[in-house]
Design a protein around this ligand. Structure first.
Ligand code: SAM
Length: 224
């Protein structure tokens, strides 16, 4: 019988977490969801400096997909992601390795190694100029664009018309300067309010281990 993995935990079940350290044994009971992770007090290790690593950003989506399992079953292979701000392609490679289809956009060039994968379509252009075909549908949108978060969420909202109902959005909120706690939280509130007004409901948010001056926000599209 296969041993169960960390991600096989029931994210809603009260769980005994134990930490053995030099100082002794520390234990606590919590659901993984309320502990904000399957490794309570710890984090998923993602190798980010291997010869195949395209960019360290790949670790963010690897960790985000792991984190998402606290809230919902994983998207099946073949699901279609629209990726905004994809270059050089670390996140794209993580999506492709999980057998997702990816439509990736960026003004900059994508790492050439990725083009061997037929599940990838890349458009080198400004996201603001991208006009999907009327019938194009996505199961998820990933946004990792740098620049003004207000412009990023505007583009996500515009393109979310092509997102299926219950489709998800993984949004990296870039924080310009983190000097106080209040300013980033206010920016977070403004971005969440804009998304909410467009029918994109925040269902989770966190600072991933692999986020720097960023937060990762998770939205779900309420209606088609
Ligand atoms: C943090 S990097 C993305 C890293 C990428 N996710 C990865 O995994 O390698 C941000 C990217 O957003 C792109 N970007 C920012 N604004 C853009 C826009 N309006 N249109 C297209 N690309 C944009 C930049 O060219 C840059 O490549």
């Amino acid at each position: 019988m296969r041993a169960k993995s960390v991600e096989d935990q029931d994210s809603q079940a009260p769980t005994l977490f134990c930490l053995v350290g030099k100082e002794g044994l520390f234990c606590g009971i919590s659901t993984p969801q309320s502990a904000n992770g399957f490794y309570a007090g710890g984090s998923l290790y993602v190798a980010k400096d291997t010869p195949d690593t395209i960019s360290r950003a790949g670790a963010k989506i690897a960790e985000a997909l792991h984190y998402l399992k606290l809230y919902r079953p994983p998207l099946p292979a073949g699901s279609h992601w629209l990726e905004l701000g994809a270059c050089p392609g670390g996140m794209t490679s993580e999506l492709l390795v999980r057998e997702f289809r990816v439509t990736a956009l960026d003004r900059s060039p994508l790492d050439r190694r990725l083009f061997q994968n037929p599940a990838l379509v890349f458009h080198q252009m400004d996201v603001a100029e991208f006009r999907p075909a009327r019938d194009d549908r996505y199961d998820a949108i990933l946004d990792d664009m740098n620049g003004e978060p207000e412009e990023s969420i505007r583009q996500v909202i515009r393109l979310s018309r092509q997102l299926r109902r219950k489709g998800i959005i993984v949004f990296t909120l870039k924080l310009p300067k983190v000097e106080t706690v209040d300013a980033p939280l206010q920016l977070r509130d403004e971005i969440v309010a804009k998304a909410d007004a467009a029918g994109l409901k925040l269902f989770a948010q966190t600072h991933l281990t692999y986020n720097r001056h960023e937060l990762t926000l998770f939205f779900e599209k309420a209606a088609e």
